[in-house]
Design a protein around this ligand. Structure first.
Ligand code: AMP
Ligand code: TRP
Length: 374
C-alpha cells in the first residue's frame, strides 16, 4: 500500500531560521546514558510516526572539527527532543575522494564515537553507517535517472573537489546520493551548515521531478541552518571555510583536541589589521570568526560580545574564546575517551538493522510507483 505524502501545512522551522532560541541549547548526554541504553537500542529507536522527521549525514573523511560541531552536530543533538531524528555516517560519500582503506575504517568508528560523545542518544535517534543500508544506493540509482546533468555540473562543492581527487562519476553524482539519503527516510528537514544549500536545492528539484512523474510521494525537505556558526572559517585563512581536508591542521580545532591544543591554535589564529574588536565579516573576518565561535560556546550574541570586549585587545579575546571552547568541548572529549569501540559498533549495527527495515518500506513503495515489483 502506498502512503502518499500530504503536505500538512504546519511550518516546521523557517528555512535559514536560527535554531538558537527555537530549541534548548544542546547538552551532551551523560555517557552513562549512551552506554546504559545499549541493551534496548533496537526497541528504543522505533520511529514515532506523529513527529516531524529529520535526517542528516557526516562524512568520515577526517577528523570532526568545531565547524562541523557548530554548523551541524550541536543542532542534531538539540533536535532529538522534538523530532524523529536519523543521523548517518556517510561512508559511501567519503569514497568520492581517494581513501586509504585502513584509515577509512578508523575514521568511520571515530566519527560514530564523536556523534555519540556529542550527545546523539541512540535511545532517541537512529544512527548508523550508510554503507550498511543498501537502500541508499538503490534509491540513488533511481534518482540518477531523473537528475539534471546541467544542475549537477554547477555544484560548487563538485567544482572545488575536482582538483583534489581527479574526475570520477561518484564525485559528480555525489548530490544524487545525498538526495537519496534524505528521501529514503522521507524526512521534512535537514540540519546542515550553509555549504550544503545547493545540495538541498538539488534535492528539492529531484523531489519535484519524481513527484510530477510518479505522483506526490516525497516531502520537499527544508534546510535547517543555525543563525550563528553556519559557516565557521579557517583559523589560518578566515575567508575560507574551516575544512577537514585543509592540509594545515592548525586551521581547524578538532572536537577531540585537548585544552593545550585548543589554546595554541586559537592563539595562533590569523586576525585582522587594526586593534578594535568589532563584528564585521567583510572587513574583520578573523575577529568575526572568533566572535562567532565565542557566541556559540557562551550562548551570548555576537553584538553583545563585541560590545563587552570592545576595549580588550585581540590577545585577550583569544584567551576568552579559548577558555569557552575548552570548557564547551571538555564533556564531549571526556565522553569520547570513555566510549568503548565494541559498544559503539553494537549501537551502529543495531541502527543499521532498524534503518534497513524503515528504508525498505520506502523502496517497496518507490519500486511499485516506477513500475518494478515492490
Ligand atoms: P562534512 O564535514 O562535509 O561531512 O560536513 C558535515 C556537516 O558539517 C555538514 O552539515 C556541513 O554543512 C557542516 N560543516 C562542515 N564544515 C563546516 C564549517 N566550516 N562551518 C559550519 N558547518 C560546517
Ligand atoms: N554532503 C554532506 C556534507 O558534505 C554530507 C551528507 C551526505 C549529508 N548525505 C547527507 C548531509 C544527507 C545531510 C543530509 O557535509
Amino acid at each position: 500500500m502506498l502512503r502518499p505524502h500530504r503536505p500538512s501545512g504546519v511550518v516546521l522551522l523557517c528555512p535559514g531560521a536560527s535554531l538558537i532560541g527555537l530549541v534548548p541549547s544542546p547538552r551532551p548526554s551523560p555517557i552513562a546514558r549512551v552506554l546504559g541504553g545499549i541493551g534496548d537500542v533496537e526497541g528504543a529507536i522505533r520511529s514515532d510516526v506523529t513527529r516531524k522527521k529529520v535526517f542528516s549525514g557526516i562524512q568520515p573523511s577526517g577528523d570532526i572539527h568545531i565547524g562541523n560541531y557548530m554548523g551541524a552536530l550541536r543542532n542534531w543533538v538539540a533536535m532529538q527532543d522534538d523530532y524523529d531524528t536519523v543521523y548517518c555516517v556517510v561512508d559511501l560519500h567519503a569514497l568520492t575522494l581517494p581513501q586509504v582503506p585502513a584509515e577509512l575504517r578508523d575514521a568511520r568508528l571515530r566519527t560514530a564515537k564523536i556523534l555519540l560523545a556529542s550527545g546523539i542518544d541512540p535511545q532517541r535517534s537512529l544512527i548508523y553507517y550508510q554503507s550498511e543500508v543498501p537502500q541508499h544506493a538503490e534509491l540513488c540509482w533511481i534518482l540518477g535517472t531523473l537528475a539534471s546533468i546541467g544542475h549537477l555540473s554547477r555544484m560548487t562543492q563538485y567544482k572545488e573537489k575536482l582538483d583534489k581527487g581527479g574526475q570520477n562519476l561518484g564525485l559528480f553524482s555525489y548530490p544524487v546520493l545525498m538526495a537519496a539519503d534524505i528521501l529514503v527516510h522521507r524526512v521534512h528537514a535537514v540540519p546542515v551548515g550553509n555549504d550544503q544549500t545547493q545540495h538541498l536545492e538539488f534535492t528539492r528539484d529531484l523531489v519535484d521531478r519524481f513527484n510530477s512523474r510518479y505522483g506526490e510521494y516525497f516531502p520537499r525537505p527544508r534546510q535547517i541552518t543555525p543563525g550563528v556558526g553556519a559557516r565557521v572559517m579557517s583559523l589560518k585563512e578566515p575567508t575560507s571555510k574551516m575544512s577537514k581536508s585543509d592540509p594545515d591542521a592548525s586551521s581547524r580545532i578538532l572536537v577531540t583536541d585537548d585544552a593545550d591544543g585548543i589554546r595554541r591554535k586559537i592563539r595562533r589564529a590569523v586576525t585582522d589589521s587594526g586593534r578594535r574588536i568589532v563584528y564585521d565579516v567583510a572587513r574583520k573576518p578573523g575577529i568575526s570568526n572568533l566572535l562567532d565561535i565565542l557566541a556559540v560556546f557562551t550562548g551570548d550574541s555576537v553584538e553583545e560580545l563585541a560590545d563587552r570586549h570592545s576595549a580588550s585587545g585581540y590577545g585577550k579575546l583569544k584567551e576568552v574564546a579559548a577558555d569557552a571552547v575548552i570548557a564547551g568541548l571538555a564533556p564531549v572529549r571526556r565522553a569520547y575517551l570513555d566510549l568503548d569501540d565494541v559498544d559503539v559498533e553494537r549501537i551502529m549495527n543495531a541502527g543499521a538493522v532498524e534503518a534497513r527495515r524503515r528504508t525498505e518500506q520506502t523502496m517497496a513503495d518507490v519500486r511499485e510507483l516506477i513500475g518494478l515489483p515492490g
